[in-house]
Design a protein around this ligand. Structure first.
Ligand SMILES: CC(C)(COP(=O)(O)OP(=O)(O)OC[C@H]1O[C@@H](n2cnc3c(N)ncnc32)[C@H](O)[C@@H]1OP(=O)(O)O)[C@@H](O)C(=O)NCCC(=O)NCCS
Length: 146
């Protein structure tokens, strides 16, 4: 574990949008996100946790929820230079232990390649429960993500 005390978590949707758009470069599915869309996304997310090394954004995760029964976690991204130091685990801890989310019974997320990371944090895999509908794929036959 690195000296995480020098990093600061923020529980706020007031995030430098330019840095957040840049941060989305580090997720293979989020690289084409545009500033105006990210602004709207952030405004309409329920919880946004960011992680800072001074003024530099180094981690992010957000939640959509009804605050009672269900929550979904999206866009868990640690800057590549800061991965492997326990920060991904810490940001997920911040999400799951967030005071506004304490009552939520079930959390969900989608991942195609980070199952081992989440399993270490207590997440379970249930292939038969989950379905999704992709607007682009249904209109163009394109397996697109953003
Ligand atoms: C996935 C991600 C958030 C992990 O963040 P991180 O800070 O590197 O992870 P941590 O250092 O907190 O790792 C916690 C544990 O998970 C393990 N782990 C992390 N990434 C892993 C991976 N890809 N495969 C297997 N285990 C992994 C670590 O070894 C560590 O195990 P330990 O507790 O036994 O030491 C980070 O790699 C990332 O941002 N990737 C790019 C974006 C992305 O794909 N996000 C996930 C979206 S679903």
């Amino acid at each position: 574990m690195a000296k995480n005390h020098k990093y600061i978590f923020k529980d706020s949707k007031k995030i430098d949008l330019d840095q957040l758009v840049q941060h989305y470069q580090y997720g293979w599915w989020s690289q084409n996100r545009k500033k105006a869309d990210v602004k709207k996304m952030l405004e309409n997310s329920n919880v946004a946790i960011s992680l800072w090394d001074g003024k530099k954004l180094i981690g992010f995760a957000r939640v959509l929820t009804d605050y009672v029964y269900r929550a979904t976690v999206w866009d868990v991204i640690i800057h590549p230079d800061y991965q492997g130091q326990g920060l991904g685990k810490l940001i997920m801890d911040k999400v799951l232990n967030h005071t506004k989310l304490k009552k939520v019974s079930y959390f969900w997320l989608i991942t195609s390649d980070k199952q081992k990371f989440y399993k270490k944090l207590g997440w379970k895999m249930e292939e038969n429960w989950s379905m999704y509908w992709d607007r682009k794929a249904n209109s163009k036959g394109c397996p697109c993500v953003d």
